[in-house]
Design a protein around this ligand. Structure first.
Ligand SMILES: Nc1nc2c(ncn2[C@@H]2O[C@H](COP(=O)(O)OP(=O)(O)OP(=O)(O)O)[C@@H](O)[C@H]2O)c(=O)[nH]1
Length: 326
């Protein structure tokens, strides 16, 4: 194969080819490079690559070129870790409107007699990178949907199970307290029966949003446990702090003053909250914490609703009036 044919071959490649001599000067530059830079072979020949592309100075690409020339090491720069290293454009005449080509770059040492040349090959990965970004965005969206309650927008039961499971394991490992709030709207059946299911749905949305927005710790997430019941797992939180959070949330719902003409307690929507907390021991699991919060919630309902009750071990056995801490 003669030199002219080799040049023709390079010019037909669907990727960029640049060859550097041992002095880092350009000695080959194919048509693909011209198409995406508007620089011809004559514009760049014998110039140092960093004179043509000043932005590669101190870049990873410059390191790789030197490793190829001095240590005969090959490398690859992927678009994920090295976004658009070289100023290559689909339409270099209009750089403002044209995005940089996403590049996969191979740097290969080419020993020749006593010297080493450096071959740079560039592949256009723009379509692949865009497709990956789109897929990643879709999958992030899908994960968010999987964990969101469709009606209220707060977490769903799957999110609750996931969060509580993770917090519980963490609390067991670190021997820290984990707390749980079970929050239930009072007399919600009567609300639905009086005002209709659509108003009921509206009310659920307002309560859910208020609970979520009432949380002060980033990462805390209210989930809809079922029907008109919400749950809030709280990592590294003792019973007193959990109780004060519960009380603040209860008051927030009360101050919404959503009219409830059929309530047995107040003329507006209220919630009852059961609070439990424990440091996980061998033989306990998250069901223990849920069951304790549930028992406290039943006590709150029994005691007249619109209140928070914390679980104490005596709740199981002692007469109610001795254990209610409201
Ligand atoms: N509008 C609406 N209502 C729901 C939804 N999910 C559950 N409910 C209603 O919530 C009501 C819950 O009623 P109950 O479990 O008897 O409890 P309650 O009337 O709130 O009484 P207490 O909890 O004892 O105060 C039922 O009437 C359910 O139909 C929902 O997505 N939308």
């Amino acid at each position: 194969m003669d030199g002219a044919f080799a040049t023709k071959l390079l010019d037909h490649l669907q990727s960029g080819v640049v060859l550097l001599d041992p002095q880092v000067q350009i000695c080959a530059w194919n048509q693909w490079m011209t198409r995406h830079t508007e620089l011809t072979f004559n514009d760049v020949v014998t110039k140092c690559i960093d004179a043509v592309f000043p932005e590669i100075v101190h870049s990873r690409l410059q390191d790789c070129i030197q490793q190829a020339l001095y240590f005969k090491l090959s490398s690859m720069l992927t678009p994920a870790l090295n976004p658009a290293v070289l100023p290559l454009y689909q339409k270099p005449s209009n750089r403002n409107l044209s995005q940089r080509i996403e590049q996969l770059i191979y740097i290969t040492p080419i020993p020749q007699d006593e010297e080493v040349f450096c071959l740079i090959q560039i592949q256009d990965m723009t379509a692949t990178v865009r497709r990956e970004r789109r897929l990643r965005a879709q999958s992030t969206n899908l994960i968010a949907t999987t964990y969101r309650d469709a009606l209220t927008g707060v977490g769903n039961r799957r999110r609750f199970d996931h969060d509580l499971g993770a917090f519980f394991s963490d609390a067991y490992r670190k021997q820290q307290t984990i707390a749980l709030l079970m929050i239930d709207i009072d007399d919600f059946k009567a609300y639905n029966d009086h005002l209709g299911h659509l108003k009921g749905d509206d009310c659920l949305m307002k309560v859910a949003t208020t609970l979520q927005e009432g949380l002060r710790q980033r990462g805390d997430c209210v989930s809809r446990y079922g029907g008109e019941e919400f749950a809030l797992p709280l990592p590294d939180t003792d019973i007193d702090l959990a109780y004060s959070i519960a009380e603040r949330l209860r008051q927030l719902i009360e101050t919404l003053e959503i009219s409830h003409p059929a309530s047995r307690t107040m003329p507006h929507i209220t919630v009852s909250i059961g609070v439990s907390a424990l440091i996980p021991k061998v033989g306990q699991n998250m069901t223990t914490l849920i069951s304790q919060a549930d028992q406290a919630l039943y006590q709150a309902k029994d005691a007249g609703r619109n209140r928070c009750i914390r679980y104490t071990p005596e709740l199981n056995t002692a007469p109610k009036e001795l254990v209610l801490q409201h």
